[in-house]
Write a protein that binds this ligand. Structure first.
Ligand code: ADP
Length: 693
């Protein structure tokens, strides 16, 4: 199967531009289709015209051939008839020669000649004339009443004399030109004289009726259905027999010159055929039948072409539909042949991997350009397995692809064998779904889930803290009253007693402080808005320093406190802010608890801050002080930084992972922000802001 052409996804175009391009493309396609339809039909019309011309020519030729045949037959028959006519006339001359030898008795001659005339209907009269052409005896045909008198024929005597002179000269028979003899009752007849010189110098004159010549001397078959006539050489019709011409019929004519001594006649035959002859003979019939068959085949072919055209149109529509569908789906599609060559990719796939269709199709057999280098080997094995006929899982499988820019992304792959129209597998068709967005959403929901769990645990911790604070108030109150009792007893003591009194005072202070912490926590957990009060930064630092120093001494850390000269008080819950400072300082010192680290310094700094705010929450009009706690410890790597403020996240075996999370909550409750950044040259610095009172 050859892959259909694919448009590479070009750069995004403005919407109107795309619409215009689409319109031009659709218009162009319509024009091309119209042109191909027109071309095809033009060929068909040309073929039909040529076939029609051929058929007309063949039918015409067949008709002409048939006419020629008829003409030839007629010519033949006429030539035969002319020969018969000449032979008949010759025979008659011989009969007349026989008559002259019978003696010169006029009575006997008349009897003989009358007898002879019985056998020759074509003769009208026989005369025996002397040398001067005076009539000695005469006999008339028994078939007619004597109707021609000699007076009537006087005008023709010169013709007869001429014929006799010529006969005598040639010593043979000679004919006079034909002439018309009027009959008393009906019209007249055309006659011709034959002069045969006799041995004694007399003449025998036979008068022929031309019409009877045709009847007697021409075969009757020729007259059947045809008109046979004798004419002058100039075409003047003298006598005719046979069927008269039917109207609407085609005439075939032929003529033969009958050259007689002294006279020339033309035998003319007119035959006809009914016109027009649709099936005149077998040939024309055959040609017509073939023509009809040819035209039928043409019609069938034309119908077939129309059907094909319709099917082609439907196919083109289906293809366009398929293309539109392929272009619109967001699922990547790829077809491979049985050698593993890519034969087709859809625009969605190209967009997914960032390679153009040409690049992918020209990649050839072997590694696909979208395989991550580190996984290529594994994918190669998978491909070999697939091409060897291994069926992929129906529910699809997950894989990782590489974009052209080198970035990886997860995909879900569904594969199915590609079967052609003959039911033979020609390759594999695969559908790809980019699941990176899905994975991101899953990750997000997992994080939310974790946060929810943490919140639940925090709530429990809060409950516990609340309970603890309640439980601890009693013992702390007892410690405080025992301490003040002891102080009373030690009043006025000196030496060691004074030092014990000092220690007991400290115990009383810390017990008091512990009580305050517990109250603050209790309030915090209960979310009761503690009354905020203005507190000097120095006082806040001083409050935590003794405790920080205790641990610092243990870890060998020097503490630097840097305070700007004149600093305003901040509005805050003192105990909680002290707790935040204590917590940050403790974390900082623990981060510096590394054997190889010398000169461990913890820097506490307070300064004025600029306005704070984020794009989401614009800075308010309050002014701020910034507290920072810097160390030169291990620093925080990126992995830890991501989860730093997550509740219960800790890297220490004994850690709770609640410190930073609580610190941030406290700072944010005051409207400030808590952040951290690397400290130069090493370590970390945590900063938080508090509003100025
Ligand atoms: P805990 O102190 O109980 O571990 P925290 O929330 O205070 O809980 O701290 C969480 C984690 O943050 C610590 O385990 C530590 O890995 C890291 N951390 C906090 N402060 C610092 C610091 N100054 N330097 C390096 N890492 C720190």
């Amino acid at each position: 199967m050859s892959a259909p052409p694919i448009d590479t996804p070009g750069p995004a175009l403005p919407r109107e531009n795309l619409a215009t391009r689409l319109a031009i493309r659709i218009g162009g396609q319509a024009f091309l289709r119209l042109r191909s339809v027109w071309q095809r039909w033009f060929l068909w019309v040309l073929l039909a015209v040529l076939v029609s011309a051929l058929l007309v020519t063949v039918v015409w030729l067949a008709g002409r051939h048939e006419a020629e045949q008829v003409q030839a037959a007629l010519d033949r028959d006429t030539a035969d008839a002319a020969a018969d006519l000449r032979a008949g006339l010759q025979r008659n001359v011989q009969s007349l020669h026989a008559l002259q030898s019978t003696g010169l008795d006029s009575k006997r001659w008349a009897t003989e000649s009358t007898a002879l005339m019985r056998g020759h209907r074509e003769w009208l009269r026989l005369e025996w004339r002397d040398r001067a052409l005076r009539t000695v005896a005469a006999a008339d045909t028994p078939y007619r009443v004597r109707s021609v008198d000699d007076d009537n024929r006087r005008g023709a005597q010169s013709d007869v004399a001429l014929a006799c002179a010529s006969a005598r000269k040639t010593d043979g028979a000679a004919y006079s030109p034909s002439h018309y003899v009027a009959l008393p009752d009906s019209g007249g007849i055309e006659v011709m004289e034959l002069c045969v010189p006799m041995d004694n110098g007399d003449h025998l004159i036979a008068t022929y009726t031309l019409r009877d010549v045709l009847i007697e001397l021409v075969a009757p078959t020729l007259r059947r259905g045809q008109e046979v006539s004798l004419t002058e050489p100039d075409g003047t019709r003298l006598a005719s027999v046979g069927t008269a011409r039917r109207s609407g019929s085609r005439v075939f004519s032929t003529q033969q010159l009958i050259d007689l001594p002294g006279a020339a006649l033309v035998l003319r035959v007119d035959g006809w055929r009914a016109a027009p002859d649709v099936f005149p003979n077998l040939l024309t019939g055959l040609v017509t039948a073939i023509s009809i068959a040819l035209v039928s085949v043409l019609v069938l072919l034309a119908r077939d072409t129309r059907r094909r055209l319709r099917a082609e149109n439907e196919l083109a529509d289906a293809l366009a539909f398929r293309k539109a569908m392929e272009d619109s789906v967001i699922t990547g599609l790829r077809a491979r042949d049985l050698q593993g060559r890519i034969t087709y990719v859809n625009p969605a796939f190209c967009e997914m991997v960032g390679f153009s269709a040409e690049e992918l199709i020209q990649a050839g057999v072997g590694e696909a350009p979208y395989w991550p280098t580190e996984l290529a080997h594994e994918y190669q094995k998978r491909q070999t397995h697939r091409l060897a006929g291994g069926m992929p899982p129906r529910e699809g499988f997950e894989s990782v692809f590489m974009r052209k820019d080198g970035s990886r992304f997860p995909v879900l792959i569904f594969e199915a064998p590609l079967i052609n129209a003959h039911g033979v597998q020609t390759g594999w068709m695969s559908a790809f779904i980019d699941v990176s967005e899905q994975r991101r959403v899953e990750e997000l929901s997992r994080a939310t889930q974790e946060r929810l769990q943490a919140s639940a645990r925090l709530a429990t911790v809060g409950e516990m803290a609340s309970l603890l604070s309640h439980e601890l108030t009693q013992p702390l109150a007892a410690i405080a009253s025992y301490a003040s009792g002891s102080l009373n007893l030690l009043q006025g003591a000196r030496g060691d007693g004074a030092e014990v009194a000092m220690a007991v005072r400290r115990i009383a202070e810390q017990a008091d402080r512990a009580g305050q912490v517990i109250r603050s926590v209790h309030d915090f957990v209960r979310r009761r808005d503690r009354t905020r009060e203005p507190a000097a930064p120095q006082a806040l630092i001083d409050a935590v320093l003794p405790l920080v120093r205790l641990q610092a001494r243990k870890l060998g850390v020097r503490i630097d406190v840097v305070l700007a000269d004149v600093l305003p008080a901040v509005l805050c819950d003192r105990t909680l802010v002290e707790q935040v400072l204590l917590n940050l300082a403790r974390n900082a010192m623990q981060a510096m608890d590394m054997p190889e680290l010398r000169d461990r310094v913890l820097t506490l700094r307070v300064a004025r801050a600029g306005r704070i705010g984020t794009p989401d929450a614009p800075a308010d009009t309050r002014q701020w002080l910034e507290f920072s706690v810097a160390d030169i410890g291990s620093g925080i790597d990126a992995e830890v930084a991501v989860r730093l403020f997550t509740a219960f996240f800790t890297t220490r075996a004994d850690g709770m992972g609640l410190g930073l999370s609580l610190c941030r909550t406290v700072v944010e409750q005051h409207g400030g922000v808590l952040m951290h950044e690397p400290h130069q040259p090493r370590g970390t610095v945590f900063r938080f802001t508090l509003p100025i009172a």
